[in-house]
Design a protein around this ligand. Structure first.
Ligand SMILES: N[C@@H](CCC(=O)N[C@@H](CS)C(=O)NCC(=O)O)C(=O)O
Length: 259
């Protein structure tokens, strides 16, 4: 892809921290992780230039309200990998500009991971899969990795289009036009169906895959723990509620309101 203009990039940077390539990408929470105490009212200036050590930064093109973006922020925090966050106002269609489409993601959406070699990787679950390779967040055996994909595809097909969409309509004050009004009840039913599948799976398990915390849990946690913001009630889903607590208790956990 074409390289981005320095002025464009600098304009949107909220924080810059060099990626220390020597740092092992293990699931050990880092005291240097980005997110804690970030004051969003005072964006920090940043540079797109390599650091004085000659290193490039890893960069997350993001929207702060996005659960898809949060998945990536959460994993990077738990891996202890510093990153730079580039915020886009999706209500102002900032991911639909020609510049964004040509340079970041032709699909006009965030999150997108900009890797330190200059490559761009859209799709939250693809980013989770990429960043977790070789870590404790993904099984090291073939069937386990396939099960991770199973739940991440489930999340994208059966969960996110219903639960996240209703949350988005509510929290972004999206006008309820005829089309949305007509699909509302279907989305509500399909969202509860997805929660039912999760409840059944978690009834006798602690986590989604191999009974240990993984990127499958991160992918599903992102929009489930804020499902109430879209009008979904979890009262009838005790196994999901217990799992949400377990996910929250994982080392290095950050909230969706943390950068
Ligand atoms: N399947 C994608 C969905 C990405 C997506 O829908 N992003 C939303 C924010 S959560 C967005 O960028 N919306 C802006 C737009 O569509 O213009 C993923 O998992 O990353």
């Amino acid at each position: 892809m074409a390289s981005l203009g320095a002025s464009w990039r600098t304009r949107r940077c909220l924080r810059a921290t060099p990626l220390d390539k020597e740092e092992p990408r293990t699931p050990v929470p880092s005291t240097r992780m980005i997110g804690d105490g970030l004051d969003r009212s005072a964006p920090l200036a940043c540079s797109q230039q390599p650091t004085d050590k000659g290193e490039n930064v890893i960069r997350l093109h993001d929207n702060f309200s996005s659960g898809n973006g949060y998945k990536v922020r959460l994993l990077l925090a738990q891996l202890g990998i510093p990153f730079e966050r580039v915020e886009y106002d999706i209500d102002e269609a900032e991911t639909r500009t020609l510049e964004f489409l040509e340079n970041v993601n032709l699909n006009g959406r965030v999150p997108v991971l900009e890797i330190d070699d200059g490559s761009f990787l859209p799709e939250s679950n693809a980013i989770l899969f990429y960043m977790s390779e070789g870590t404790a967040f993904i099984p090291d055996y073939r069937f386990g990795r396939a099960q991770i994909l199973q739940w991440m595809f489930f999340e994208q097909y059966s969960h996110e289009p219903n639960i996240a969409t209703l949350r988005f309509w509510t929290t972004h004050n999206i006008e309820m036009n005829e089309e949305r009004r007509l699909s509302l009840e279907t989305k509500r039913k399909l969202g509860y169906d997805a929660l039912g599948v999760m409840e059944g799976h978690l009834r006798d398990r602690h986590f989604f895959v191999a009974n240990r915390y993984s990127i499958a849990d991160i992918a599903l946690y992102a929009y489930t723990h804020v499902a109430h913001e879209g009008g979904f009630h979890l009262d009838g889903f005790p196994a999901i509620r217990a799992w949400l607590d377990r996910v929250r208790e994982q080392p290095g956990h950050i909230r969706i309101t943390q950068g």
